[in-house]
Ligand binder design. Structure first.
Ligand SMILES: *[C@@H]1O[C@H](CO)[C@@H](O)[C@H](O)[C@H]1NC(C)=O
Ligand SMILES: *[C@@H]1O[C@H](CO)[C@@H](O)[C@H](O)[C@H]1NC(C)=O
Ligand SMILES: *[C@@H]1O[C@H](CO)[C@@H](O)[C@H](O)[C@H]1NC(C)=O
Ligand SMILES: *[C@@H]1O[C@H](CO)[C@@H](O)[C@H](O)[C@H]1NC(C)=O
Ligand SMILES: *[C@@H]1O[C@H](CO)[C@@H](O)[C@H](O)[C@H]1NC(C)=O
Ligand SMILES: *[C@@H]1O[C@H](CO)[C@@H](O)[C@H](O)[C@H]1NC(C)=O
Length: 194
């Protein structure tokens, strides 16, 4: 009997500690606070910054695209929305003409795969602009009760610049690379690693 009680107390102490330890490590790992840039990681993609020209979302160096609207995206998480603004410090001399857009993925029923920045006043049923959440530093989307990360990159005509897409199911385009998005910069500054 004494042994059983000791075991019980040890077990309770153990579960209490487990609960607190995981709570502590989760809070240390929390992502998505304040203003942040997002970086894509995948096979051959070692943490390239997410950038945009005001609609299409790319990963790579925004200066590679010849557009005065191209700039890395600064995200601000508000509830489960990701408000998007250009990082004018990091863009070329000109100032992008877009601001205060919402990061959007296509809805499950949508025929498109394009991840885009959309105006809060131009949201269609084809577009999902909420449900963004962090697990550690990884961006997930909470849809139908589960956390999903279905981001993938497709090569563009510009070297080392990829377009960002969602849900590769039924996309037969060659050169797809599954990527995860994190709010942490790679330690090497974001080179393409082959
Ligand atoms: C992007 O490219 C420009 C021009 O080649 C370069 O000066 C800049 O350092 C690059 N930025 C990053 C984050 O690699
Ligand atoms: C970049 O765009 C400007 C203006 O549209 C054009 O004059 C220039 O030739 C373009 N440069 C490249 C390398 O495409
Ligand atoms: C999030 O975006 C939706 C539109 O998709 C808007 O109705 C809602 O007010 C936004 N919430 C916040 C907290 O910005
Ligand atoms: C914006 O870009 C500058 C220059 O690359 C960088 O120092 C800064 O951290 C970026 N801002 C955010 C919120 O990431
Ligand atoms: C992914 O695409 C397939 C086929 O179009 C669709 O059935 C599925 O619901 C989509 N999943 C998500 C999470 O968007
Ligand atoms: C509204 O969004 C659609 C794509 O979802 C885009 O083609 C269209 O240009 C947008 N319209 C405005 C006024 O932003």
């Amino acid at each position: 009997m004494v042994n059983m009680n000791c075991l019980k107390i040890a077990f309770l102490l153990y579960t209490w500690l487990l609960g607190h330890i995981s709570a502590i490590s989760l809070s240390n790992r929390a992502g998505g606070t304040g203003n942040f840039q997002a970086y894509a990681y995948g096979d051959g993609i070692g943490g390239l910054p997410v950038f945009s020209t005001g609609f299409t979302v790319y990963i790579g160096n925004s200066t590679s695209i010849n557009s005065s609207d191209a700039a890395p995206v600064i995200f601000t998480k508000s509830s489960t929305n990701l408000t998007s603004n250009p990082n004018t410090t990091a863009s070329s001399s000109s100032t992008p003409s877009w601001s205060n857009l919402l990061f959007a993925i296509p809805a499950p029923s949508s025929p498109t795969h394009t991840v885009a920045l959309v105006s809060p006043t131009n949201i269609t049923t084809d577009t999902v602009t909420s449900g963004f959440t962090f697990y550690g530093h990884f961006i997930f989307v909470s849809e139908s009760g589960s956390l999903q990360s279905l981001f993938y990159a497709l090569p563009t005509d510009t070297d080392d610049v990829w377009s960002l897409n969602w849900n590769s199911t039924s996309d037969e385009t060659a050169g797809k690379v599954l990527v995860s998005l994190r709010d942490v910069m790679p330690s090497n500054g974001g080179d393409v690693v082959e």
